[in-house]
Design a protein around this ligand. Sequence first.
Ligand SMILES: [Zn+2]
Ligand SMILES: [Zn+2]
Length: 66
Amino acid sequence: MIKCSFCEQPLYCKACGKPFRPRRGATHVGIYQPDMAISCPECQATLICQACGYDYGQGEGEDQAQ
Ligand SMILES: [Zn+2]
Ligand SMILES: [Zn+2]
């Protein structure tokens, strides 16, 4: 199980409710790299943590206005 890097709860896609399961390789690494947008492999939506609402498509740090 991948944990959300922000709230450390198990990471579920907010759009489809399925657990985020990255394919071997790229995405597994990418989830800890804030510059890289991540999409849910199940529904292709931008990955948003169901627990805390953290948006993995936004990157981190710059746009906190919303
Ligand atoms: Zn979270
Ligand atoms: Zn999804």
